[in-house]
Design a protein around this ligand. Structure first.
Ligand SMILES: Nc1ncnc2c1ncn2[C@@H]1O[C@H](COP(=O)(O)OP(=O)(O)OP(=O)(O)O)[C@@H](O)[C@H]1O
Ligand SMILES: [Mg+2]
Length: 329
């Protein structure tokens, strides 16, 4: 879809901020996930969501897609899924006697891939290739995917039987690794009240009216890439990333790390910070943006040594130690 409507930075910002607020009102305690979804959509990134069943992952992404009038599809990964089930395939067309390409579900704006680790490796790799290249090659032809294009994949941390864990190289393709936590008592009460009152209301208002659209997202993406990344911020990012490789004063912490963060770590961190700053109405990145985004951007990108894991250390703990030991300026 193209349009010559040229929405300015301010109007796009107001629209997307109200998308954010509206979602935050409906989804208890999901502020971080909602912000990460918006950032990823604005920057061409993708999200891996880890969390137990029933924490409103599907609901969050579905409502997000509705609010921005994006084409949304949910795919449940199963061991018998084939790459063509995602990409589409050439089908014989009787009348014309030719083969025609029938687009698969990847030709949508927002793809929710539930339980990605239940998909066989060939499907995972087709998906991850689409995420990276934003195009699909089949039968000697290359087809561009939609824009914006966001893959949100979910993974259940408690079930590993019969799964195919994503290889490190493929994890690296994600911008964010978001952990969705169980609600506390207060949040649980809010969820309960909300669901009960929704069930009780005459017209169940699950369908959301769009308050933005994909053209606004496209325009906003351009404004996001114009956000200034100062030398000081770049230096801060580089010091955090290279600390995972054992450099600098925080380098000592890298003794717990078997595989450090690749340059994708610093690229995703700076691009995500541009979007975070823009969404906050700023035209510059603050060190606090970096601090807040680093755990979700970097935790899935490093692999800990066996000994560290045996001591109960997590990737997030290690990133936090690096942040604590790395001065912003
Ligand atoms: N934090 C929350 N805020 C608002 N509603 C919530 C929240 N957590 C759970 N719910 C309620 O729980 C229901 C289940 O959510 P949903 O089906 O989206 O979960 P899910 O994380 O996708 O689960 P699964 O992993 O089984 O697919 C939602 O429809 C919603 O009513
Ligand atoms: Mg779900």
């Amino acid at each position: 879809m193209t349009s010559d409507v040229n929405i300015n930075s301010h109007d796009a910002l107001l629209q997307l901020q109200s998308v954010q607020t509206q979602l935050q009102q409906k989804l208890v305690g999901h502020e971080a996930l909602i912000e990460r979804l918006l950032i990823a959509l604005l920057t061409g990134g993708h999200i891996l969501i880890e969390g137990a069943p029933g924490l409103a992952k599907t609901r969050t992404i579905n409502q997000f897609a509705q609010l921005i009038d994006a084409r949304f599809v949910r795919i449940q990964a199963t061991p018998d899924l084939l790459p063509a089930d995602l990409t589409g395939t050439d089908m014989y067309h009787q009348q014309s006697g030719e083969f025609r390409f029938i687009k698969g579900p990847l030709f949508n704006n927002i793809i929710l891939m539930d339980e990605i680790n239940r998909a066989p490796p060939k499907v995972q790799s087709a998906l991850l290739e689409a995420m990276g290249e934003k195009q699909i090659s089949s039968g000697g032809q290359t087809r561009l995917l939609e824009s914006p294009f966001l893959v949100a994949a979910t993974q259940n941390p408690i079930e590993h039987e019969g799964t195919y864990p994503l290889p490190e190289a493929q994890l690296d393709r994600f911008m964010f690794f978001v952990n969705v936590q169980m609600p506390d008592a207060q949040a649980e009460m809010k969820i309960l009240n909300q669901v009960l009152s929704e069930r009780n209301s005459a017209a169940v208002q699950l369908a959301q009216h769009a308050i933005s659209n994909t053209q606004t997202i496209e325009q906003a993406s351009k404004h996001v890439s114009a956000v200034h990344v100062s030398d000081a911020i770049k230096d801060y990012i580089v010091r955090i990333i290279t600390a995972t490789r054992g450099e600098g004063p925080a380098g000592e912490i890298a003794k717990h790390i078997a595989h450090p963060a690749s340059p994708r770590g610093s690229i995703f961190l700076s691009v995500a910070a541009q979007a975070k700053a823009w969404l906050a109405g700023r035209d510059y990145i603050s060190p606090e943006d970096i601090r807040q985004l680093a755990p979700d951007t970097l935790s899935g990108r490093i692999v800990l040594h066996y000994q560290a894991r045996a001591q109960g250390m997590t990737q997030r703990d290690v990133i936090k130690s690096i942040l604590d030991a790395t001065p912003a300026l």
